[in-house]
Design a protein around this ligand. Structure first.
Ligand code: ZN
Length: 238
């Protein structure tokens, strides 16, 4: 093997709805790939200014929340190793009312610009929140529209995809990623999102107790590729 040959830069584009989606849902995976040198671009469609949690005791209001959550997300990105952060500046809780063609075109432009190997977003039906489903639908449409070479995956919650048949999928549709070595970064990102997490006592317990609350795996659903021969464990090797 030629020692001066450099491995090509791997790139990941994550298109989510709110500050904290990246940390709470797939922070371990993002930290893992960032640690391997993957170049990560994160889109947060909104600034999360309609979040119900406003600090504990509450110290934010609807006017101050967007700026606070922007700073928190920047800190979470630093904890996880996310290099580039983009806000779409859609009003929180209104992504489903955004002009769909316009939003899709914007994401398609970003896919062409970033040229990612992996695109992560929400499943348009299993997103669990109207903003999540809407950004997932637009990102899926954008991915299809561009005919992009990379792979599309949907983020999923907790260990729900240990039983994918409940959602009409099989084991082969799921990528299960071992994130146990990246839970400290995930915890730091949880703590960065302070106004959302400070009401959760467990997050602020001593590290070892807080870390014990995290699952060792995060799960992703394939968004674009056909039936595979086996279950996978790496988003980039599919
Ligand atoms: Zn969210």
């Amino acid at each position: 093997m030629n020692s001066i040959e450099k491995a090509p830069l791997r790139k990941l584009l994550a298109v989510f709805a709110h500050p904290d989606d990246e940390s709470f849902i797939c922070g371990g995976t993002l930290a893992k790939y960032a640690g391997e040198g993957v170049d990560i671009t994160l889109v947060s469609a909104t600034r999360g200014e309609m979040g119900r949690r406003m600090g504990n005791p509450p110290y934010l209001n609807r006017e101050t929340m967007a700026a606070a959550r922007e700073i928190e997300l920047q800190q979470a990105c630093a904890s996880l190793g996310i290099g580039r952060l983009i806000f779409f500046d859609i009003r929180d809780k209104t992504v489903e009312f955004a002009d769909e063609a316009e939003l899709t075109a914007r994401i398609a432009g970003l896919i062409q610009e970033v040229d990612p190997d992996v695109v992560l977003t929400f499943h348009e039906k299993l997103g669990g929140h109207p903003d999540h489903c809407a950004i997932g639908k637009a990102t899926t449409a954008a991915f299809q529209q561009t005919g992009h070479r990379g792979n599309l995956y949907f983020i999923t919650f907790g260990d729900a995809m240990e039983r994918p048949e409940r959602y009409g999928y099989t084991r082969k549709d799921v990528v299960k990623i071992d994130v146990h070595a990246h839970l400290e970064a995930k915890l730091a990102a949880f703590r960065a999102h302070r106004c959302q997490t400070e009401i959760d006592e467990w997050v602020w317990q001593p590290d070892q107790e807080a870390l014990a609350r995290f699952g060792a795996h995060e799960y992703f659903l394939k968004g674009n590729t056909g039936e595979r021969a086996q279950a996978l464990h790496d988003l980039f090797n599919a």
